[in-house]
Design a binder for this molecule. Structure first.
Ligand code: UFG
Length: 330
């Protein structure tokens, strides 16, 4: 069974990738410092996968210790999810974001190179695309004029990986540009569980539904979108997780670099999201409009055609199924 290292494997995306990897007979090995996740997720993953999960509590910037993990286990490929991910926070703490996200990636790449592991999947983001281009966004759309340090850190890492694969042909790099992952595994055992007040839309709505927060604050009501609120491409996190396995399986990750969008290709506004939540879950969500959030773009959705053509990957779950799975955690 092939070992797949997964940095940030206890986090929201990483933990769902662990399930998908195990289901597809890979052996996931988690490396996570639990800075924005909880160690209890490991037991939960063991319940879901019915397998013992190997994990290490480690900041991957600690090269010495990371090297020892690479020495201890063989590694077929690395899925690199670890990183800070809060857009607003990144505007206030940009140095931390660059230091953490870029620094940890360099440390990881150096350890991989030393151990002759050259296959990496990088968790990138729709945030790397330039704002104002025609939608849906294709992988060939312009990137780099990002609106916040979070997006910029992802863009810079993409550039590093591009140079790496350009100048050293041993590398096999897959860049996964995530659109907006939502929902949870159908068991309802694990979920998005970031510390502090949620900043993403669905976790915030869930907190309002649970009466932990009084009301949703909708950032902006006069964007040039279908109803004035922000439009995004919401993808079920299990579909996204399966996308990672599809990349690993495809052509055995042949050498070179490929970029894939992971989204549904459909845009949903904040108001539409509130409506579908209320309809499927049966809890009403009070909201008020507040001013636009710094760093936000009006609309973003992708063309997922490349993943369909090359990886035979397509989202299996729609927004209604995503809501049904969310209902299990309420
Ligand atoms: N929104 C609100 N109120 C909230 C939270 C969000 O109105 O309390 C709105 C936003 O303004 C936006 C939409 O809901 O229009 C989605 O916002 P999210 O914060 O859920 O998602 P973003 O698109 O801003 O960013 C997310 C992740 C990034 C990732 C990006 C990919 O936070 O990590 O999706 O597009 F890069």
């Amino acid at each position: 069974m092939k070992n797949i290292f997964i940095t940030g494997g206890a986090g929201y995306i990483g933990s769902h990738c662990v399930i998908s990897l195990a289901k597809n007979n890979y052996n996931p090995i988690i490396i996570d410092n639990f800075s924005n996740s909880n160690e209890s997720v490991i037991k939960k993953l063991e319940i879901i996968t019915k397998k013992k999960i190997i994990y290490y509590n480690l900041d991957i910037k600690n090269k010495k210790k990371l090297k020892s993990i690479f020495k201890k286990h063989s590694c077929y490929a690395v899925i690199h999810c670890a990183g800070y991910k809060d857009v607003s926070e990144s505007c206030e703490k940009s140095i931390n974001y660059f230091d953490n996200n870029i620094g940890s990636t360099l440390s990881l790449l150096d350890c991989m190179r030393e151990r002759n592991v050259f296959k990496i999947i990088f968790s990138s983001s729709a945030n790397v695309y330039n704002h104002g281009q025609s939608l849906p966004l294709k992988e060939t759309a312009n990137v780099g004029k990002t609106k916040n340090p979070y997006g910029n850190s992802k863009y810079i890492i993409e550039r590093i990986l591009m140079d790496l694969s350009n100048f050293d042909k041993k590398w096999s790099v897959r860049i996964a540009r995530y659109f907006n992952p939502i929902s949870n595994h159908s068991s309802g055992i694990i979920r998005e569980n970031s510390k502090g007040i949620p900043s993403n839309l669905l976790p915030y709505i869930i907190s309002v539904a649970k009466k932990k927060l009084p009301e949703l604050r909708i950032y902006g009501k006069n964007y040039k979108t279908k109803d004035g609120t922000g439009v995004r491409d919401y993808i079920h996190v299990m579909d996204l997780a399966d996308g990672h396995v599809a990349m690993i399986k495809n052509n055995r990750m042949k050498k070179g670099l490929e970029v894939y969008n992971f989204g549904t290709g459909k845009g949903l506004s904040v108001l539409e999201m509130v409506k579908v939540f209320e309809k499927q879950i049966g809890i009403s969500i009070p909201f008020k409009f507040v001013k636009k959030r710094k760093g936000d773009v009006p609309a973003s959705y992708c063309s997922p055609k490349k993943a369909l053509k090359e990886l035979k990957w397509k989202n299996k779950f729609d927004i209604n199924q995503a809501m049904k799975d969310i209902k299990k955690i309420l």
